[in-house]
Design a protein around this ligand. Structure first.
Ligand code: CA
Length: 259
């Protein structure tokens, strides 16, 4: 790996906080956040991803700065940071940015390390020292999971409640049972904001005692399965509260249909 000299990528300033809370999906310029305290590696990775993937790259040297950045499509995360060591950074980012894909880049490369990282919310793993080409290929593979090759038309959704299916352009979406329940709770109450506790009560039941933000992970996955480019139109984030269905009104009996 030949590290390149510094290139001015955008640092993570507080002023960026006013940007989107969740990532807008762009097929042309994917948003990548690089959190790495080694300046040589950070700049080399940022520069390489900008040049090879035309990515819109922000880079930070510590976790707190990363947490203040807008949620990107992909995060390249070093686990050995000055303000968060080991899996703490991964766990905090996963909770703060549930819909971002996280590629962990670390010197801790044992099988147990990788398995634990994946269990804690990493989407992929690359072990230092890594080749920039391998890193690029892994970021690209993650992006393929969420970016459409071309901007799609607004999705035609059908809701077949009897079969517990949601179909997009005639194809059933591969929703998990929990994602289906989240969809059902939201889509059956169009325009109505539901708090996180309310949603959890509707989805899991009255006896749920756990981490409220769990719902964010399922909503993040559901948004992307519904239609990546229309994610915000369908499920809106109500800041500090919960979520609201802003998509088409779908009839529940037999099949609902809307564009
Ligand atoms: Ca480090």
């Amino acid at each position: 790996m030949a590290f390149q000299p510094a290139l001015a990528t955008r640092p993570c300033h507080n002023s960026l906080m006013e940007a989107r809370e969740e990532p807008a999906t762009r097929a042309v310029h994917p948003a990548v956040l690089v959190i790495e305290d080694d300046g040589v590696i950070r700049k080399a990775v940022a520069r390489h991803l900008e040049e090879s993937l035309a990515a819109d790259v922000r880079s930070c040297a510590d976790l707190e700065a990363g947490l203040r950045a807008p949620s990107p499509d992909v995060i390249v995360l070093d686990l050995g940071l000055p303000d968060a060591d080991g899996l703490e950074a991964l766990v905090r980012l996963r909770h703060a940015m549930p819909s971002a894909l996280i590629l962990v880049a670390t010197a801790h490369g044992t099988l147990a390390d990788r398995v634990e990282g994946l269990r804690q919310g990493a989407d992929d793993y690359v072990v230092k020292p890594f080749s920039l080409l391998e890193l690029e290929a892994r970021v690209q593979a993650l992006l393929r999971r969420r970016l459409p090759a071309v901007a799609p038309e607004p999705a035609e959704l059908l809701w077949d409640e009897g079969a517990r299916h949601v179909l997009r352009q005639g194809e059933p979406l591969p929703l998990t049972p929990l994602e289906y329940l989240v969809f059902s709770a939201l889509a059956s109450r169009p325009g109505q904001a539901l708090s996180r506790p309310e949603l959890l009560r509707l989805v899991i039941g009255p006896n749920f005692y756990g981490y409220e933000r769990l719902i964010d992970v399922h909503v993040g996955h559901l948004r992307h399965k519904l239609c990546a480019s229309d994610a915000f139109r369908y499920i809106a984030t109500v800041r500090g509260y919960g979520y609201r269905w802003d998509g088409p009104e779908l009839r529940q009996e037999g099949s609902g249909r809307a564009r």
